[in-house]
Design a protein. Structure first.
Length: 433
């Protein structure tokens, strides 16, 4: 009896895997997973090496600089990875349409990159604040992050479900970065060189990604009309405002901490935050990114079936996050010692607090994506903007009063509020995921 049930399930799974749509999602998921696995391997290799060679202070100021430049990187991302990716997913078989959208988004990202450069370098070379004035060379190199992002067509590869290429591109850049770092970083004076090795991978990905679109996908840009560029800006604006609010309380954490803490504290906090960031991204981010274009198409045709599938995926994610959180809480000292090559007390406490925020974020993973696939960018935007404005005040006060622990706990509170609000809004609309 048991064997017959197992055989039936195996056959059902085999038949499911034969479906082209399922195989494409699985292929994209595996490709994206390889990116995150490589990222984690690189972190495990480089963090103990870099913290030892650069020292925790220089590691801290480099982490501070990366957090700062990410603000400008997100400007070039705008809302395209959601709004433009959705357009590409819904019209993936209309090649002339895809070409027009690609042209419009490319021009829009170029304009954003120019504006970001003007604002970035004006601030860097005029501010008297020590965190910036003493490290101009570091910040000049870090701007390569923004250039790489402006070139990379992530939104298009997502929408067309061609994410298998990302694994190849990421492998090339990651391996080059790891080898260069291990061979060339020898002392604290090499912190700018380390930043260069880290950022050049983004430029490599951007160049290779553009070449992939032009020569492999055979999509060639043309000069878009003004109205087309205006439209992609308009459609992406609600998502952009939401992302700005999200990044205010995510990527700006280290910047806010840097106002109230020394470089040693920043460095130790950055180790714990970087680990939780990796745990939050893998493998859930790969799964959602692989599913998002397919869910968008499904929702357009069968909302009930799409919601049922999203509910199942959310349950799997919830089980994963519970299994993840318990060992992290227990073995945080061992994890920090292995990864950072030292049992930093601040890193351990940060890791234990922020893993709670990971639980909350992943518990909201599919729920919040419903706003995106349904095209309800306005509600998505309102929730995150409202809580980010409230949360920013909480974060600043908590950090000034309680340093790194206040910062970490305020993130937990903020994520809990966003999750609760999302559930309430969707249930008021008769949706339960």
């Amino acid at each position: 009896m048991v064997s017959s049930v197992v055989s039936a399930n195996v056959e059902r799974l085999r038949a499911l895997l034969q479906l082209p749509a399922v195989r494409l999602v699985l292929e994209n998921f595996l490709s994206l997973s390889s990116i995150h696995i490589l990222g984690q391997i690189a972190m495990l290799v480089l963090v103990p090496f870099v913290t030892r060679k650069l020292g925790i202070e220089k590691f801290g100021i480099t982490s501070f600089g990366i957090s700062f430049v990410m603000i400008f990187q997100f400007v070039t991302v705008y809302g395209f990875n959601n709004s433009a990716a959705r357009k590409a997913a819904l019209h993936k078989h209309d090649r002339p349409y895809i070409q027009r959208v690609y042209s419009a988004v490319s021009v829009a990202k170029l304009l954003l990159c120019i504006l970001a450069a003007i604002a970035y370098f004006t601030f860097i070379f005029t501010t008297p604040q020590q965190q910036f004035a003493s490290y101009k060379g570091l910040y000049a190199v870090l701007f390569l992050y923004v250039i790489g992002e402006s070139l990379f067509p992530m939104w298009l590869l997502m929408g067309l479900e061609e994410m298998r290429f990302l694994g190849i591109l990421n492998f090339i850049s990651r391996i080059a970065m790891v080898i260069a770092t291990l061979l060339c970083i020898n002392s604290p004076d090499d912190y700018v060189l380390y930043a260069g090795f880290t950022t050049i991978g983004f430029v490599i990905n951007g160049v290779l990604g553009t070449g992939l679109v032009l020569f492999k996908l055979n999509i060639h840009p043309t000069m878009p009309q003004f109205d087309e560029v205006k439209e992609v800006f308009r459609e992406g604006l609600p998502v952009f405002l939401s992302l700005v609010s999200i990044y205010t309380y995510t990527s700006c954490r280290i910047i806010i901490l840097g106002i109230f803490a020394d470089e040693n504290t920043i460095g130790q906090y950055a180790v714990g935050e970087r680990i939780t960031g990796a745990l939050q991204i893998f493998p859930v981010s790969a799964l959602i990114t692989a599913l998002l274009p397919r869910l968008t198409s499904m929702y357009n045709n069968d909302k009930t079936r799409t919601l049922r599938l999203m509910k199942k995926v959310q349950k799997v994610i919830a089980l994963y996050v519970i299994v993840l959180a318990v060992p992290v809480l227990i073995f945080a000292p061992e994890m920090i010692t292995i990864i950072a090559n030292h049992p930093y007390s601040i890193s351990i406490e940060t890791l234990r607090i922020l893993i709670v925020s990971v639980v909350l974020v992943l518990s909201n993973a599919m729920r919040v994506q419903l706003f995106i696939i349904s095209g309800d960018f306005i509600t998505f935007s309102k929730i995150h903007i409202a809580w980010s404005l409230i949360g920013l005040g909480i974060i600043i006060y908590s950090t000034s009063a309680f340093s790194y622990s206040g910062l970490a706990w305020s993130i937990v509170v903020l994520e809990a509020c966003i999750l609760t609000t999302t559930i309430i809004v969707q249930r008021l609309r008769g949706v339960s995921i």
